[in-house]
Design a protein around this ligand. Structure first.
Ligand SMILES: Cc1cc2nc3c(=O)[nH]c(=O)nc-3n(C[C@H](O)[C@H](O)[C@H](O)COP(=O)(O)OP(=O)(O)OC[C@H]3O[C@@H](n4cnc5c(N)ncnc54)[C@H](O)[C@@H]3O)c2cc1C
Length: 368
């Protein structure tokens, strides 16, 4: 077996974005995964590349990520909707946050909408929102398509993939696995919350844990476009960019009083459309070893609240699942070098789709 420039452990979107960028730079790349295809967090999510709402400090990385996604979409032939994100404001304080954010981020990135425009954008004349906003630069991809298609394209174009292979140790350019050793000039470890298996001291230092999220896929009625994407008030309280606005405390107080059930399950109520239907979620629960069960009350609550925004009276649920991603209360991103030839990259905040192609640039340039 030949020695490559780069071995990537993990074929989720972080590993694949890094493999894609390295391949485009002319490096030889080998991806190793214990599964037989991408089945991790990267296929379980909304496919929502929510660049606009992230923190100010990472906006340059977000721009890089946006460029990277569009390049990958064009090259690989992925569906990537440039339709942005619609955010209805159902109270004055939600509208106030959106106004503050539009002033802060700029009119080229955030367009404020009046009550009529937001009803039209959502396709629900009875919405009753006071107004809203359109985050014009957000992108969306289909999470069920993106990682598998990028992996297939890379494999067809010279990147080596070794599936069904569990990596047990990474050190100084050697990757040890249940199928023997592999060697490369550099190794990037993108194993998500399973970082604890390979680098327990790094995972423990960042108090890495697993966040579980209740999700559903419902049938999409004709009045909602397949490139639809909506965040709501709980999202405004959650994403760092919105949450740093002056009215954040007032928003949180309002949500606690008005939507105690959503606040109780730590919801980020949002909806995205993909060709298969509408993705609806989500709640958040945190544990090192999570319960595997979907709480039906939470699933029903999210469904009821989301479909009320959309004016869907009888949603037809096609699938439910409990998604999993990495979380750390200490950092949004674990990006470090345990030795001179190894980089570890884990997005520890539920924004890995958004971050992926920007992060891959940081990884390959050693810019951290
Ligand atoms: C329900 C849900 C909704 C989300 N919504 C969004 C969203 O809208 N926007 C957004 O930006 N982000 C979102 N996220 C977060 C995003 O999905 C993740 O941050 C991202 O997919 C993480 O990618 P990854 O490559 O690190 O992990 P994964 O996709 O989990 O890939 C890790 C890979 O490593 C492999 N692996 C692990 N250990 C080993 C080992 N020892 N040997 C070999 N292989 C190994 C696994 O098999 C797996 O294939 C959401 C997540 C969930 C669950």
């Amino acid at each position: 077996m030949s020695t490559k420039d780069l071995i990537i452990v993990g074929s989720g979107i972080i590993g694949l974005a890094t493999a894609f960028r390295a391949h485009r730079e002319g490096r030889t790349v080998h991806v190793i995964d214990r599964a037989d295809r991408p089945v991790g967090s990267s296929i379980q999510n909304f496919g929502h590349a929510c660049f606009t709402g992230q923190a100010d400090e990472i906006q340059p990385v977000m721009e890089k990520s946006r460029e990277g996604w569009l390049e990958a979409a064009k090259t690989v032939g992925l569906w990537a909707a440039e339709s942005g994100t619609i955010v209805p404001a159902v109270t004055d304080v939600e509208m106030q946050i959106l106004k503050e954010f539009a002033d802060h981020r700029g009119a080229d990135k955030v367009t404020l909408l009046d009550a009529g425009q937001i009803s039209e954008a959502i396709g629900n004349p009875a919405l009753g929102a006071v107004g809203g906003a359109h985050m014009v630069r957000d992108l969306r991809v289909n999470p069920r398509e993106a990682a598998p298609k990028i992996a297939a394209w890379l494999a067809e174009n010279g990147v080596e993939f070794t599936w069904n292979t569990h990596v047990t140790k990474v050190s100084d350019g050697t990757v040890y696995s249940n199928r023997g050793e592999f060697h490369a000039a550099e190794v990037v470890v993108c194993t998500n919350f399973d970082l604890v298996d390979l680098f327990p001291e790094i995972a423990e230092r960042h108090e890495l844990e697993i966040c579980t999220l209740v999700m559903s896929l419902i049938e999409r009625p004709d009045h909602i476009a397949s490139d639809f994407s909506m965040l709501t008030g709980t999202s405004l309280a959650r994403y760092d960019g919105f949450a740093s606005m002056p009215s954040n405390a007032a928003l949180r107080a309002d949500l606690a009083e008005r939507e105690p059930e959503l606040v109780g399950c730590i919801a980020n109520l949002m909806v995205t459309g993909i060709p298969e239907g509408l993705l609806i979620g989500d709640s958040h629960a945190y544990a090192k070893s999570p319960e595997p069960f979907i709480d039906e009350e939470i699933a029903a609550l999210l469904l009821e609240k989301a479909t009320a925004y959309l004016g869907i009276e009888k949603p037809v649920v096609k699938q439910r699942w409990l998604g999993r991603y990495s979380n750390s209360t200490k950092t949004n991103l674990i990006l470090e070098k345990p030795d001179a030839k190894t980089t570890v990259a884990v997005v520890a905040s539920g924004i890995g789709m958004t971050y992926s192609f920007g992060l891959s640039d940081q990884i390959l340039r050693g810019d951290f």
